[in-house]
Design a protein around this ligand. Structure first.
Ligand code: EPU
Length: 337
């Protein structure tokens, strides 16, 4: 295990923020993870596990041991006529897994095509897009308990999944390193094409009988037309979560803003934060090196040399303006470091 010092994290976060890690190492096995943990304990420093760096905002240098997770491997562990269980190393790039499933015609994650990040990060925030969430295909995961060095298994209910939430962002935060995730994929795919522009895109593509590959291609097309490519413009996807407000609050807003979109859920009405931010005039605005994406107001961008603190300051101004105009508090989806 090689430990490096004072390493720039710019290549390791999709916002492209140039902050340093005091210590940095790459772990490609559970043994290497255990060694890295021992090193951090010996030095009395905190650990940070880096996946694809696609959901973090670096606001300061990290006086920690940053571990780049490169645990690989995709393995079928069980199979029936209907389903296949696939155990995947947490360092595998999420979209590589999607591509693998599509090559086998296994259904379940095609709507989650092109989400940046790694497999290990996917349960942390229960990634979701186009009507599908990770929890719909999640069987279980294995995670290294940092304090004891033991591997523990978590099934679906014990991860306490919610909208962009899991137990690993709350009660068990910083206590575990996810090492593998097992998915239950379908050999007889039930395609989900009802959400957003998927069906419309399939029609444009003249697809009559969609396959998992066709749905994935449609999702990739939609994402590429709206979301900036982190390799070109730094970003972390949606910056805020879509807020849920009470029915009474929604009806009040409807009288002032008749076109406000709303989607009922168990807790009230979910409102697209992108719509609120656009209505408040932020869409496409640029402030020096940072700004609000011109095609999706929910995405904050770094044009090149922005600082995490610039993005943070912009996000706070947006929060204040949305609170003032709509009486809604937006909460970041991105994790600040
Ligand atoms: N909208 C606007 N203006 C904008 C953006 C959105 O008016 O600039 C409104 C429109 O009414 C649109 C609605 O918002 O119909 C929803 O927009 P979109 O389909 O782009 O989805 P979203 O709610 O903004 C969520 C996820 C995305 C995911 C898409 C598709 C969250 C926080 N974001 O975005 O996930 O790709 O749905 O399912 O739930 C991510 O988490 O990083 C992410 C990209």
């Amino acid at each position: 295990m090689k430990i490096q010092e004072n390493i720039s994290l710019k290549p390791y976060n999709t916002f492209g923020i140039d902050k340093k890690a005091r210590f940095f190492t790459i772990a490609s096995s559970i043994e290497e993870l255990r060694k890295a943990i021992a090193y951090a304990q010996e030095k009395g420093i905190e650990l940070f596990i880096l996946g694809g760096g696609s959901n973090i905002l670096l606001t300061s240098d990290q006086d920690k041991l940053v571990i780049k997770n490169e645990l690989t491997g995709i393995q079928v562990t069980a199979s029936t006529d209907e389903f296949v269980w696939v155990k995947v190393g947490s360092g595998v790039i999420w979209h590589d897994l999607v591509g693998y499933a599509i090559s086998k015609n296994w259904g379940g994650i095609e709507n989650l095509s092109l989400i940046p990040g790694t497999v290990g990060a996917s349960p942390m925030q229960n990634i979701g897009a186009y009507g599908v969430e990770l929890k719909d295909v999640f069987d279980s995961l294995e995670a290294l308990h940092i304090a004891s060095g033991e591997l523990h298994r978590f099934d679906n209910p014990s991860c306490e999944f919610g909208y962009r939430e899991s137990i690993f962002k709350h009660r068990l935060k910083n206590q575990y390193i996810i090492t593998s995730v097992t998915f239950r994929l379908s050999k007889k795919p039930q395609l989900n094409t009802t959400y957003g522009a998927i069906q419309e895109t399939l029609n444009d593509f003249k697809v009559k009988t969609p396959t998992v590959k066709a749905v994935s291609d449609a999702v990739i097309y939609i994402r590429q037309s709206k979301l900036p490519d982190p390799a070109k413009i730094g970003n972390a996807g949606s910056f805020f979560k879509n807020p849920t407000i009470s029915k009474a609050h929604f009806e009040k807003l409807q009288s002032a803003f008749p076109t406000i979109p709303g989607y009922p859920n168990e807790e009230g009405i979910k409102v697209p934060a992108g719509w609120l931010i656009e209505q408040a005039g932020w869409k496409g605005q640029r402030f020096g090196e940072v700004g609000v994406h011109e095609k999706q107001a929910l995405v904050l961008v770094n044009y090149g040399n922005g600082e995490g603190s610039d993005i943070e300051a912009l996000s706070q101004k947006i929060q204040q303006s949305i609170a003032k105009k709509f009486g809604i508090m937006l909460h970041p989806e991105v994790n600040f470091l």
